[in-house]
Write a protein that binds this ligand. Structure first.
Ligand code: HEM
Length: 189
C-alpha cells in the first residue's frame, strides 16, 4: 500500500512523490512559457495573458516549494545509501540544497521584478497580491537579470541532479540505486 509519509531508507511517501513530479512538470512549463513569452511582440494581445499565467503559476509554484520544505523538515527524507562515497554525499547535498534555494529565489525575483516595475502581482486576474516593494525600475532591472541568471543556474543543477540519479542506477552497484525511492520502478537485482 502507498504511504503518504516517507519510509526512511525504503523510499519517499506518496505526498513527497506528488510534489517532486508535479513541481518538475510545472518547472518545465514555467521555463518553456517564460522563454516563449519574452519573444512575443509587445503589441501581441496574447502576451499580457500569457505573462499573467506565468506569474500566477509561478506564485503557486513558490507556495508548493514552501510546503515542500516544511514537509521535508517534519517528515525526514530517506538517508543516502551508505555505499556512496563521501564526496558524492556532499555533492548531492549541495545540489539538492541549491535546487530548494532556487525554487524559492526564482519565483521571488519574478514577484519582486513585477513590484519594482510598479505593478502588483495578480492571481489569475482575480486578486492583487500584496506589494512587497515600491516602484524602482533600476532595481527591477536587476531583479529581472537575477531571474534569468538563476533559471540558468537551476538548469545546471537539474542536469547534475539527473546525471547523479542515472549514474547511481546504471554505473554504480545495485545498493547505490536511489531511483526506485522516488519513482515506481523495480530496484536493480
Ligand atoms: C519557478 C518559477 C519560475 C520560473 C522557472 C520562471 C522562469 C522564467 C523564464 C525562463 C523566463 C524567461 C527569461 C528570458 O529568457 O528572458 C521568465 C520571465 C519572466 N518571469 Fe518568470 N519564472 C518563474 C516565476 C515567476 C514569477 C512568480 C513571476 C512573477 C510573479 C515571474 C515573472 C516573470 C516576468 C515578468 C518575466 C518576463 C521578464 C522580461 O520581460 O524579460 N516569473 N521566467
Amino acid at each position: 500500500m502507498m504511504k503518504t509519509k516517507n519510509i526512511t531508507e525504503q523510499g519517499y511517501g506518496m505526498f513527497a512523490k506528488f510534489l517532486h513530479w508535479g513541481m518538475a512538470l510545472m518547472l518545465i512549463a514555467l521555463i518553456a512559457v517564460g522563454t516563449y513569452m519574452v519573444g512575443l511582440d509587445k503589441a501581441d494581445p496574447s502576451k499580457m495573458q500569457i505573462v499573467g499565467m506565468h506569474k500566477s503559476f509561478g506564485v503557486i509554484f513558490m507556495q508548493l516549494a514552501i510546503l515542500r520544505i516544511i514537509w521535508s523538515r517534519i517528515n525526514h527524507s530517506p538517508k543516502l545509501p551508505n555505499v556512496l562515497a563521501t564526496w558524492e554525499k556532499i555533492l548531492s547535498k549541495i545540489i539538492t540544497g541549491s535546487l530548494y534555494l532556487l525554487m524559492l529565489a526564482i519565483p521571488f525575483s519574478g514577484y519582486a521584478m513585477t513590484n519594482l516595475f510598479g505593478y502588483p502581482v495578480s492571481l489569475f486576474g482575480t486578486v492583487d497580491l500584496p506589494l512587497l516593494f515600491g516602484k524602482n525600475p533600476e532595481m527591477g532591472l536587476l531583479a529581472k537579470q537575477a531571474h534569468v541568471l538563476m533559471v540558468y543556474t537551476l538548469l545546471a543543477a537539474l542536469f547534475a541532479h539527473i546525471a547523479g540519479a542515472l549514474k547511481h542506477r546504471y554505473m554504480d552497484g545495485a545498493e547505490a540505486d536511489v531511483l526506485p525511492r522516488m519513482m515506481s520502478i523495480k530496484p536493480r537485482a
